[in-house]
Design a binder for this molecule. Structure first.
Ligand code: NAP
Length: 298
């Protein structure tokens, strides 16, 4: 059984990006820039944003964090985004979610220029992805990271039955769409399960590749997984754990210990899919910079 080490792969990708950023700096005398907007003081969001800024610095990219009060109006937020859309030093714009209830998340997604939407959430990027024009869009970072894991672990996907559990706009739907694209690292037969799916375990047991993103701790049990399947666990769920100083620990959507005994390969939580998301955000930002400066890949 192979443990798919997202921590190592994400670190490899960051090193590759660092080398590219240094080389492009020599070539065009500038570096990619990512701006992250955070509205309000949600502690979890603050940690995510700080990690994103730290990762940018580590690989030599510029990063800016714009902290805005939770009372900011939607119009004021939109005008900040508009200014960033026009700023040539900014190649990626990300607005950290969740946003306060008086702000319409869809309006914010629509306001970010598709050419700087490094989260891959804008309908133009989603549409190009569905059409298979992957060179014309940004891929949603978590599914993109999962593709990298499958590819770097040489996991055969062509003609395999991939079952995706969860249909959110940021994970399940783009993941399922990518797996059915006619590409080297995808080309699977895809089934999508969700909360209204009947007899889900009958479907998950057919999966050669099982990708789970539902946000329910330890939901996928050993009897739901075919022996030899590849299991990708996107879930990040806090459960109480009095033995930890924090009082909790993170578990995935998959019951890791027993399932790992059945699987041929599996991602742990933490250390599997999680670290890949930031790595792919950085990769998208570099891609945006290259498109803006008409730079070919080295
Ligand atoms: P979400 O928006 O809450 O969507 C959850 C999906 O799971 C929905 O499609 C829902 O079905 C489905 N679902 C919920 N309960 C189910 C059940 N009992 N049986 C079958 N389907 C069920 O969640 P998300 O944003 O996709 O995130 C999912 C998990 O991944 C969370 O734990 C999140 O923290 C984690 N996550 C991790 C990363 C990372 O970087 N590692 C990134 C994003 C998310 P319906 O559509 O029918 O409601």
């Amino acid at each position: 059984m192979t443990i798919i080490d997202g921590k190592k792969i994400s670190s490899d990708i960051k090193n590759e990006l660092k080398t590219s950023v240094a080389a492009y700096r020599q070539k065009v005398n500038t570096v990619p820039g990512l701006t992250v907007i955070i509205v309000g003081e949600d502690p979890a969001s603050q940690v995510y944003v700080r990690n994103k800024a730290k990762s940018c610095k580590e690989i030599g990219m510029n990063s800016e964090v714009i902290e805005l009060p939770k009372e900011i109006s939607q119009e004021q937020l939109l005008s900040r985004i508009e200014a960033l859309n026009k700023d040539p030093e900014v190649h990626g714009i990300l607005v950290q979610q969740p946003l306060p209830p008086h702000i319409d998340e869809y309006a914010i997604t629509m306001a970010i220029s598709p050419s700087k939407d490094v989260d891959g959430f804008h309908p133009e990027n989603v549409g190009q992805m569905v059409l298979g024009n992957l060179d014309k869009c940004f891929l949603s970072c978590t599914p993109y990271g999962i593709l990298e894991l499958l590819s770097r672990y040489n996991i055969e996907t062509k003609g395999k039955h991939c079952v995706v559990v969860g249909r959110s706009n940021i994970v399940g739907k783009p993941m399922a769409n990518l797996m059915l694209q006619k590409l080297e690292a995808t080309n699977s037969t895809v089934t999508i399960c969700h909360s209204a799916t009947k007899n889900m375990s009958e479907l998950t047991r057919q999966a050669d590749i099982l990708i789970v993103a539902i946000g329910r701790g330890n939901f996928i049990t050993k009897d739901m997984v075919k022996p030899g399947a590849v299991v990708i666990d996107v879930g990040m769920n806090r459960i109480e754990d009095a033995s930890r100083k924090s009082g909790y620990r993170l578990v995935g959507d998959v019951d890791y210990e027993p399932v790992s005994r059945n699987a041929s390969a599996i991602t742990p939580v933490p250390g599997g899919v999680g670290p890949m998301t930031i790595a792919m955000l950085l990769k998208n930002t570099l891609q945006s910079f290259m498109r803006a400066n008409s730079i070919e890949a080295l």
